[in-house]
Design a protein around this ligand. Structure first.
Ligand SMILES: [Zn+2]
Length: 478
């Protein structure tokens, strides 16, 4: 054929995720779409007239990664905060915060983000006393990597109007002063405080940072979990044709009624930006000991985690969503929280309607065999994070500390999940963003029930990931 097309890519090691043609060497692109794929000779013969020819010199190529659980825009907007993810001790964290405080006018907030004491030899939280020492004149709010916890100084407490007798505030029994730790449920209430929020301008300015962050890691699609101001920024960026990553937007439960009232439903939008599902929390995280377990935590027998929603509220929300064609996206990590989700779907008792809805459980970490079977029967999509067992699930790491030497091996059992033919989509939850770390985590994992192959990991980061947003016919394979 002699008509001119935009691009030919040749001499690549292409893994297609298409069962009928798993590998290829070359493909042709026109109008932003791949129009043909095959061998070097097939493609160069058929499309001899291309504006651009890219010789990959044998490099690996696969469909763009689809990170199905991110907080990308929020992460991009925090890129100017003090980022503590690479810090290795409480002292180093304090040093970084102090440095920022020095360069910030008195009275102005200093925000920190992404500390993770489980990476520190000295596995403790920063304290209010330490933070007061380095920041006597600036309010501080320093978030933990899980997003469910933060530490503050005295001025931070004052600015947020949290008094010392606030029942959910942790008090140090020796000093009788607050420890500075803001854990859930207080952290969730505090998160809504306008003083901690980014402005619309902050978010708009973060769009190009978000594009760049995603694309530089091979990510071409994401599902982002978003408050309404972020939705607004994404829509305005889409209108200006500024998005270089396709975004599926999950909206929070507290704004669900507004979306319903407007007549919106899952899928509204186009191939670049669309509405996903309604995101609901049933519990917290293992790191913060708020994931809801049947048994107490191994390292703190006084708690077995928390429910974040009441059973009846969950039931009513599920009914409302299902009746109005909304996809349900439910955060559930502990075994008891996962049961709450499955029980609620089973109680609704409309198996045919539920299974076409591709309802998702986010994280689903403590998914024991019997629950996996029930989830599969309901047609649930498991939206899981291969980087979690890499970061926290190896011997001696956080999960073993929280659950003990036997039970921690039952978390994130990807081998069993894939063998059960479950629908499984991979995402990073920004910990860190970047599919290669997640793929490495599970491909090299020492626990047999977690370890999977590279091809499997890519499949769940591409084609099966597209299934989770009803898009397997337009992306995820070449
Ligand atoms: Zn998340």
């Amino acid at each position: 054929m002699t008509y001119e097309i935009d691009l030919v890519v040749k001499n690549a090691f292409v893994v297609t995720m298409n069962k009928n043609q798993p590998q290829a060497e070359a493909f042709a692109v026109n109008g932003g779409k791949i129009i043909a794929i095959g061998s070097n000779s097939e493609i160069s013969k058929e499309y001899s007239n291309a504006k651009k020819v890219l010789d990959m010199k044998g490099k690996f190529l696969c469909p763009g990664f689809n990170d199905t659980h991110t907080h990308l825009l929020s992460m991009a907007s925090k890129s100017k905060d003090v980022l503590l993810d690479k810090v290795l001790s409480p002292e180093e964290a304090l040093e970084k915060i102090k440095e920022r405080v020095k360069n910030t006018p008195k009275g102005k907030w200093v925000f920190g983000d992404r500390w993770d004491e489980s990476n520190w030899e000295d596995k403790r939280y920063l304290t209010l006393t330490e933070l007061d020492e380095i920041a006597p004149d600036n309010p501080l709010y320093i978030r933990r990597v899980c997003g469910h916890m933060a530490v503050v100084n005295s001025l931070g407490l004052k600015e947020l109007e949290i008094s010392w007798d606030e029942p959910d505030l942790e008090i140090d029994q020796e000093t009788k002063k607050p420890t500075g730790v803001i854990a859930s449920p207080l952290s969730h209430r505090v998160a809504d405080n306008p003083k901690l929020k980014k402005t619309q301008d902050d978010l708009d300015e973060a769009i190009p940072i978000a594009n760049e962050l995603a694309n530089s890691l091979g990510i071409t699609s994401i599902t982002d979990n978003l408050p309404i101001m972020c939705v607004k920024s994404y829509i305005s960026a889409r209108n200006k044709n500024q998005l270089t990553v396709r975004v599926n937007m999950n909206i929070p439960l507290d704004s669900f009624d507004h979306y319903l009232e407007a007549g919106l439903k899952s899928g509204f939008g186009d191939e670049i930006l669309k509405l996903g599902g309604v995101k609901i929390f049933t519990d917290g995280s293992l790191g913060a000991r708020t994931a809801k377990l049947y048994d107490p935590y191994f390292d703190d027998s006084s708690t077995s985690g928390d429910y974040y929603i009441e059973k009846e509220v969950l039931f009513e929300t599920y009914q409302k969503a299902i009746d109005n064609n909304w996809q349900l996206v439910t955060h559930a990590i502990g075994d008891e929280a996962i049961d709450m989700v499955l029980d609620t779907f089973e109680r609704i008792n409309k198996p045919e309607i539920i299974s076409v809805g591709r309802h998702r459980i986010e994280h689903a970490e403590y998914l024991l065999d019997e629950k996996l079977a029930r989830a599969n029967k309901l047609g649930i999509v498991l939206s899981m994070q291969p980087n979690f067992p890499g970061r926290w699930g190896r011997p001696g790491q956080l999960y073993e500390i929280r659950l003990g030497p036997e039970k921690y091996k039952l978390l994130n059992n990807f081998r069993k999940i894939i063998d059960s033919k479950a629908r499984l989509s991979f995402g990073s939850d920004n910990m860190p963003l970047g599919p290669l770390y997640g793929i490495w985590s599970v491909v090299t994992h020492p626990i047999d029930d977690i370890k999977i192959t590279v091809e499997e990991a890519i499949y769940h980061y591409t084609l099966d990931a597209a299934y989770s947003s009803f898009e397997e016919n337009i992306k995820g394979s070449l």
